[in-house]
Design a protein around this ligand. Structure first.
Ligand SMILES: C[S@@+](CC[C@H](N)C(=O)[O-])C[C@H]1O[C@@H](n2cnc3c(N)ncnc32)[C@H](O)[C@@H]1O
Length: 282
C-alpha cells in the first residue's frame, strides 16, 4: 500500500503530539524530510507525492526513537551551526544556537592565528572559526576520545583537517604552547539542575558534556588557574557561561589576575559569553 507524504506527516503528528506537544510538528517534518532524503523546506511541495515502503519503514523507526525522547539531531545525525552541517552522535553535545553568540563575538573584532578549544565536543566552535579564518590553526581538546573522533570526522567534512590537531587531555594537562585565543564552552550545569533538565538532554547527551557536578563552576576554576600560561601576550579568552553565572565566573578569573572581564548577552538577552584579555605584564 502506498501513502503520500501528507498522510505520513499527519500519522506522525498523531504519534508525537501527545508526548512532545508544540515541537511535534517541526520534529515530524524534519524526520519525514530526512527519511525521504530532501531538505525540510522542500516537504511542502512534495506533500501529495507517494513515498516508498523503505521511506515509511525508516520514518516509523525514527518516530519510535523520537518517542524515546532522543533528540532529532541525533536521529538524523546532523545539526546546522553557523551555516554549516556538523555530524552529531550521542557522544557529543548537540551544538546550541546560544553558542553562536561566542562565534559572533570572536569574529567581530578578532582574527586569531592560533586557537585552543577546550572541550571541543563536535568541534563546532573551533572548526567554525577555522572555516571562517583561513590563516588560523587550532588545537581541539577533549577528555572524551569518542567526542574527538566525531570532531575529526567534522574536520574532514569541512576540509580544515590540515589546520587542526586533536588532543585527548584533561583540560590543559597534555597541552603545550601559547595561543592567541583560548575558547571554551565547558560543562556548566549544576548537579542539582541536572535533576530537572528535559529528558532529551539528561538521557541522551553525555553527562560529562553537561555538568562538572557540584556548583557547575569547576571547569572555569581550572581554566582560570592555568590560562595565563597558555595565552599569548596579547591573547584573548572567550567562554560560554550559564545565564546566571557571569558574576561568579568573573570573580574566579579576577582572582587569577584577569581584571578586564566583559559580559556579552545572547539573542534572548541573557548573559552568555565572557571575554578576558591577557593580563598586562608590569
Ligand atoms: C558543553 S560541551 C561543549 C562541546 C562543544 N564545544 C560545543 O560548544 O558544542 C563540553 C565538552 O567538554 C568536554 N569535557 C568535559 N570534561 C573535560 C575535561 N576534564 N577535559 C577536557 N574536556 C572535557 C566534554 O567531553 C564536552 O565535549
Amino acid at each position: 500500500m502506498t501513502q503520500t507524504a501528507q498522510e505520513l506527516l499527519s500519522w506522525g503528528l498523531d504519534q508525537l503530539t501527545p508526548v512532545l506537544g508544540d515541537t511535534a510538528r517541526t520534529d515530524a517534518r524534519s524526520l519525514l524530510a530526512h527519511a525521504i532524503g530532501i531538505e525540510r523546506g522542500m516537504l511542502s511541495i512534495q506533500m501529495l507525492d507517494s513515498v516508498g515502503s523503505d521511506v515509511i519503514e525508516q520514518y516509523k523507526k525514527m518516530l519510535a526513537q523520537r518517542l524515546q525522547r532522543q533528540p532529532v539531531s541525533q536521529i538524523i545525525g546532523v545539526r546546522e551551526f553557523w551555516g554549516r552541517r556538523f555530524i552529531v552522535t550521542p557522544d557529543v553535545l548537540d551544538p546550541r544556537p546560544d553558542t553562536e553568540t561566542l562565534i559572533e563575538e570572536i569574529l567581530k573584532e578578532h582574527a586569531p592565528k592560533t586557537i585552543l578549544d577546550l572541550g571541543t565536543g563536535s568541534g563546532c566552535i573551533l572548526l567554525t572559526l577555522l572555516s571562517e579564518l583561513p590563516e588560523a590553526t587550532g588545537v581541539a581538546v577533549d577528555l572524551s576520545q569518542d567526542a574527538l573522533d566525531v570532531a575529526n570526522d567534522n574536520a574532514n567534512a569541512l576540509d580544515v583537517k590540515d589546520r587542526v590537531k586533536f588532543v585527548q587531555s584533561d583540560w590543559f594537562q597534555n597541552i603545550d604552547g601559547q595561543f592567541d585565543l583560548i575558547v571554551s564552552n565547558p560543562p556548566y550545569i549544576t548537579a542539582t539542575a541536572m535533576d530537572e533538565i528535559e529528558p532529551e538532554v539528561r538521557d541522551w547527551e553525555p553527562r560529562m558534556a553537561l555538568t562538572p557536578e557540584g556548583d557547575g563552576l569547576d571547569a572555569y576554576r581550572i581554566i582560570a588557574s592555568k590560562a595565563e600560561t597558555y595565552l599569548s601576550r596579547n591573547g584573548h579568552i572567550f567562554l560560554e557561561i550559564g545565564w546566571d553565572q557571569a558574576a561568579a565566573v568573573m570573580d574566579i578569573f579576577k582572582a587569577k589576575g584577569f581584571e578586564n572581564g566583559r559580559c556579552i548577552q545572547d539573542l534572548a538577552n541573557k548573559d552568555r559569553v565572557l571575554h578576558f584579555c591577557a593580563p598586562k605584564i608590569a
